[in-house]
Ligand binder design. Structure first.
Ligand code: FAE
Length: 545
């Protein structure tokens, strides 16, 4: 069994590699029967021949593709971003956090990094040419949402933290889902498929690159908080070699939100090549789905725009399918469906579509340490410790000790906190822009700020330290205007049934972060992956067998 999976992944990886070298936007395995013998001319471009289409190649999309492919169902994945597999002129696929170029961001004139300032000066973000880069920041009034773009979605840009929520909290957010099944079957499956591993003590306790974590832990302990080690999909054996200087550095060389050139087991290394390796899954990149409607015969009809990496429109096409799975992420899926309901192309969608959206309570905050508490010139980009006060009855907070890889000593401790915020936003279609926009009020993050303030006031008091006021927009101490963890918008059991079947339409499914009602209490992708495994298993068994 293992060798079959290894071979499937190998075939998928070689199809992805060859396609990317040749600049192809359609990738499958049709002519890859003999290893290494990949002939692009015989690729099928008959886009009407697929039973099932998946929009998006993030966690939900990738899980769905693999399981459909294994079940022998001809599936097309449509992804608006690029396949990130070809080095640029500098020999690298991705650019560093400290040295971003056009590859860093999705059609921006200037980078829009979460830490926007240093010493209050606008010196962090840089002008870049507009290009189909890997990290997008979707800006709405009062809230900006970071998302990954490309084959692998958020897995390309994220910090790789793969955290299982406490079972009691999972039961609180998704009471209709059988938690014992999730924790007995689907979380273990997700952990294994995503290659989740733990940092060895030798790296965490001894490496110069984790001084920032140890300082953050010490400061927290002084205030009576305990820390936990956070699992990750970054390969810590590779990191050990980075420490020893025997491989090219990635986490130890400032690579993360604009992509990792090495080390990270993103979805384009795990689920997606395996899906393509089944021979039943085809991938279209740089193709964006703009509208969804239904034909009189009951098929789904997608309006798809093909772009080049500079953003020029190459083609617009209509593609039809019988089964449609939305895996475009919390924002992408919700935007498409709200638009379809409001423009009347899918008028039977219910009014729960577009509601119950949340930020996972994300807040970023930073402290200034004393001179003796250096956080290090060298910092690994992969966070591995979190201050865990989720059990606090009034101010639950799970705060990751985040790196600030600037290449100089800053004495800064930076944190990404996850809090329990009951506030929810909703999406509204705007005919003037022809998109659905998030409605989120300026004070909706106040409960999150209160929780973070409670924790870090206490840490500052115990250590005799202060906040940094110079790193975020408007000199804010608490960055409450962006999130890395968009969740909800099309919630399980409201917009859909308990497996992601969309109410009002047959053969229409959602399988991504939009199903989760605004909060997971920890970083969300492990939960998204496990839930996607559960949902697609049931759908294949009951609807597609
Ligand atoms: P997602 O991964 O967003 O994939 C959606 C895909 O659909 C993307 O590839 C889009 O380009 C594509 N798409 C969207 N609209 C269209 C369209 N109209 N046509 C065609 N394609 C489309 O969805 N989570 C963690 O658990 N741990 C972390 O350490 C962590 N760190 C993060 C750091 C950053 C900088 C970011 C941005 C996110 C981070 N996250 C982290 C969040 C995590 O990546 C996110 O929850 C998942 O990626 C969401 O998975 P989905 O399958 O919902």
């Amino acid at each position: 069994m293992k060798s079959k999976i290894d071979r499937r992944r190998f075939l998928g990886m070689s199809a992805l590699g060859s396609a990317s070298l040749l600049g192809l936007t359609t990738i499958n395995l049709l002519s890859c029967e003999k290893e290494g013998d990949f002939d692009p001319k015989s690729l099928s471009d008959d886009l009407q021949s697929f039973d099932t289409i998946i929009i998006g190649t993030g966690y939900g999309g990738a899980v769905s593709a693999l399981r459909l492919g294994e079940a022998g169902i001809k599936t097309l994945m449509i992804e608006m971003g690029q396949l990130w597999d070809t080095p640029g002129e500098d020999g690298k696929i991705f650019s560093k956090v400290t040295d971003p170029d056009k590859r860093s961001m999705w059609f921006k004139e200037k980078t829009e990094a979460p830490i926007s300032k240093f010493l209050g000066l606008d010196i962090v973000n840089r002008p870049i040419p507009k290009y189909a880069g890997v990290l997008d920041r979707v800006n709405f009034d009062n809230m900006s949402v970071y998302v990954g773009r490309g084959v692998g979605g958020g897995s390309l840009a994220n910090g790789g933290m793969a955290v299982q929520p406490p079972m009691s909290y999972f039961e609180e957010i998704l009471p209709q889902v059988d938690a014992s099944e999730m924790y007995g079957t689907y979380f273990p499956r997700a952990n294994q498929m995503l290659r989740v591993n733990l940092i060895p003590d030798s790296l965490l306790e001894d490496s110069d690159y984790y001084k920032f974590s140890r300082v953050g832990r010490k400061n927290a302990e002084k205030a009576g908080y305990s820390s936990v080690t956070v699992p990750n999909v970054y390969d810590f054996q590779y990191m050990q070699q980075e420490e020893e200087g025997t491989v090219e550095k990635s986490a130890f060389d400032g690579e993360v939100i604009y992509g990792n050139n090495h080390g990270k087991s993103s979805l384009d290394k795990t689920y997606i090549p395996e899906a393509i390796g089944t021979g039943n899954v085809t991938l279209k990149v740089l193709h964006r789905v703009d509208e969804i409607s239904r034909t009189p015969e009951g098929k789904y009809s997608l309006t798809v725009v093909e772009i080049d990496p500079e953003g020029a429109v190459k083609n617009t096409m209509i593609i039809e399918c019988t089964h449609l799975i939305l895996g475009a992420g919390s924002v992408g899926t919700t935007q498409l469906l709200v638009k379809a309901r409001e423009k009347g192309t899918l008028p039977n969608l219910n009014d729960r579509i577009g509601t119950n959206w949340g930020t996972n309570g994300n807040i970023m905050v930073a402290r200034a340490n004393h001179g003796w508490d250096k956080t290090g010139v060298k910092q690994s980009t992969i966070p591995t410790l979190a201050i865990d006060a989720w059990d606090d009855p009034n101010y639950p907070c799970f705060a990751e000790i985040a790196p600030m890889p600037s290449g100089i000593e800053t004495w800064i401790s930076l944190y990404l906190a996850i809090t329990k915020n009951p506030e929810r936003g909703y999406f509204q279609y705007n005919p003037a822009t022809d998109t659905s926009e998030l409605i989120w009020g300026p004070n909706q993050n106040d409960p999150s700020v209160a929780a973070v303030k409670h924790m870090f006031d206490r840490i500052n008091r115990s250590n005799g330290t202060i906040y940094r006021y110079d790193l975020f927009d408007d000199n804010k101490v608490f960055a409450d205007y962006f999130t890395y963890h968009p969740l909800g918008g099309c919630v399980l059991g409201g917009a859909t049934d308990l497996y992601g079947r969309v109410h009002g339409y047959e053969n229409l499914y959602i399988n991504d972060g939009s199903l989760i009602p605004g909060s997971t209490g920890v970083n969300p992708f492990l939960t998204i992956t496990a839930l996607a495994e559960r949902n697609i298993e049931e759908i294949i068994k009951s609807d597609m067998a």
